[in-house]
Write a protein that binds this ligand. Structure first.
Ligand SMILES: [Zn+2]
Length: 479
């Protein structure tokens, strides 16, 4: 393998460079598009996203959430209706002022998210309690003028996602929807073999216009965390300005209760930065576009018999319902090993003349590099091996999380811990001022929130002001 194709640095030397090498050389993304921050997701990266999509779309349907599509432009007069929400996005919004060579009478905002356009339509559709709940998702792209576009997948100006928006008759129904969405995202994290912290954001940091937000924070190997999907309980913050009302059974007008939730291609960055090693990405079997790659080991005069066996193995594995690929390209076996390791394929099968003679194959686990021999007649064992790798990665993730949460009792300790990164657990009085001060005193490490559905009793006084604490909070630096 040439220098140029491999990962040029180890993670501990330069994590950012390592990550860029993996996503670029592993062909997950191409950042050479002509517009900064607008990257090309390559087939290998997109195929991982498609696995997430397939699973998530199935779950949406199980929860009776319907897919639809809404326009990407929002006229300025609608934006004015919900300035409270929009001010959080204003600095990031692209605005269209011209079309067909003429200046437009009204400026059009390119959606940074779709609340505005969807809720305008919801106000036309919802009339009676019989129209509720209304549960709609769209698979679309959103565009935000993010000023920090350094990390592909994690921060870009356009991303592809699912955004679901629901309307309910009661607050309880809306809260139940939030819980169901959190359940669906938990399933996706199991596919990703990642143990996240599911966190309720402090009020100051909830999504613009939300009552409360539940997010999935993943700890990455460099000690920072990355937020994944967010689920927002919107209360009646949008139904009032948008006048989304229904007649209840007593014929009285009521405002609906709403939720919104989304998951994006950001998950790809999280996946790579969480699981990868110095050789490249490691993809969990449930998400990997190729679960088993078969590499024939060629020796002069034995090519045809090796290829024949490799094809037989590929057929058998595909019949098990697995995603297998026979790599018979004209490269050396060593080159192929490196390339598939870089791309993160969880299981490699090697077949050489000796394996053919022994009527077996050599199987290599991407996570721990362990090798086993499997008889050609026992290839169904591959399914178990893949399940084991999935479990192995999830266990590793759980261990990584539990070993990297440290309690901070006082501000000095918190400051010191923040230098290293990773999760810190501390007591907080709930005051905004303490929250702000913690962030500035701890080099940007911030209160991410409290655990979702798992109340913890404070184990001391507020880490900043030393007054009585109300919450146990989790603190980290975030992407
Ligand atoms: Zn305090």
């Amino acid at each position: 393998m040439s220098e140029d194709l491999g990962v040029s640095v180890k993670r501990e030397e330069d994590f950012s460079k390592w990550y860029l090498d993996v996503v670029r050389k592993g062909n997950f993304i191409d950042q050479r598009s002509p517009i900064k921050g607008f990257d090309v997701i390559l087939p290998w990266g997109y195929a991982i996203w498609e696995e997430i999509q397939k699973r998530f779309d199935t779950m949406l349907k199980e929860h009776d959430v319907k897919n639809a599509y809404f326009p990407m432009f929002i006229p300025e007069h609608l934006i004015k209706k919900e300035e409270e929400h929009f001010k959080g996005f204003k600095a990031e919004t692209f605005v269209v002022t011209e079309a067909g060579g003429e200046k437009l009478d009204e400026r059009l905002y390119v959606r940074p998210t779709s609340e505005t356009i969807m809720y305008y339509m919801y106000s036309l559709w919802i009339r009676s309690y019989k129209d509720l709940p209304l549960k709609i998702n769209q698979w679309n792209n959103v565009i935000r003028f993010d000023t920090k576009v350094t990390k592909p997948f994690l921060r870009g100006r356009e991303f592809v996602w699912s955004e679901a928006h629901t309307a309910h008759a009661t607050r309880e129904d809306a809260v139940e929807m939030v819980n169901q969405a959190v359940g669906m995202y938990s399933e996706i994290y199991k596919m990703m073999a990642i143990e996240p912290l599911i966190i309720v954001r402090p009020q100051s940091d909830t999504f613009a216009g939300a009552d409360f937000s539940v997010v999935f924070d993943t700890l990455l190997q460099d000690g920072k965390v990355a937020q994944g999907p967010g689920t927002h309980m919107l209360g009646q913050h949008f139904s009032k300005p948008f006048n989304i009302q229904y007649l209840d059974k007593q014929e009285k007008k009521q405002y609906v209760w709403q939720t919104s939730w989304g998951i994006s291609t950001r998950q790809l960055g999280i996946l790579i930065m969480h699981h990868g090693d110095d050789k490249g990405a490691i993809l969990p079997p449930e998400l990997s576009p190729i679960q088993v790659v078969i590499v024939p080991i060629m020796f002069k005069g034995k090519e045809s018999v090796v290829i024949e066996k490799a094809k037989e193995a590929e057929d058998k594995i595909k019949k098990l319902g697995l995603r297998a690929y026979l790599d018979d390209r004209d490269y050396t076996a060593g080159f192929k090993f490196n390339e598939w390791e870089l791309k993160g394929v969880p299981l490699r099968i090697e077949i050489g003349p000796r394996d053919v003679e022994g009527k077996e194959v050599t199987v290599v686990n991407r996570v721990d590099n362990s090798k086993t021999k499997i008889k050609m007649t026992d290839l169904q064992e591959i399914t178990n091996l893949l399940n084991e790798i999935q479990g192995q990665l999830l266990n590793k993730s759980r261990k990584f999380l539990s070993e990297n949460i440290t309690d901070a009792k006082g501000l000095d300790q918190l400051r010191n811990l923040a230098k290293k990164g990773f999760w810190m657990r501390a007591n907080w009085c709930g005051a905004d001022e303490c929250e702000k001060n913690i962030k500035s005193e701890c080099g940007g490490a911030e209160i991410r929130g409290t655990l979702y559905k798992k109340e913890e009793t404070p184990f001391g006084k507020c880490v900043y002001c030393n007054k009585d604490a109300k919450h146990v909070v989790y603190i980290a630096k975030a992407y």
